[in-house]
Design a protein around this ligand. Sequence first.
Ligand code: SF4
Length: 170
Amino acid sequence: MGFQSLDVWRVPEVRGRLDWYFRVAVNEMPAKYLVCRRVEAPPDFREMGEDELWRLHEKLSESFHKLLEQVKKGSLELAELPAFRDSFLSVKVELVKRMVRHCNFCRWNCRVDRSNPTKLGTCQLDTTSRVSTYFHHRGEELPIRAPREAEQYSSHHATCAASSASTHTQ
Ligand code: SF4
């Protein structure tokens, strides 16, 4: 049985609430990270301070939402637009790198520098990803599912929402 013919999609409320998920899963719509890559960032954004970067993020976010609306309406084909090396997605990655130096990824708000392993927060994580298990996994959400394997990361703290077990397919 194919994904599209699962019984759950015959429930109007589920179909309505998960409309975007469904359309990405069946390749009717692109995943949002692909839209992010079509919003160009200025070449000097890595030299910006964090506050300035957040302002840039806000500005690019507006462009992203305009683009997304056009894609949703079908008035724009994403494949016809260039994917930029420095994009809205790159700005997000840069912000994560900055935030990890005063980590506030979850409600513990430890403000520790996880890139400096002399002091760690509640989750006891630095910036290293440790693989605890590696297995065949077919239950991941379709937009991020690949047909092969999955690994699960460890060293997370049960009370830390941001660092709880995450599964990544490749
Ligand atoms: S518990 Fe970990 S992820 Fe959460 S704020 Fe502290 S250091 Fe960051």
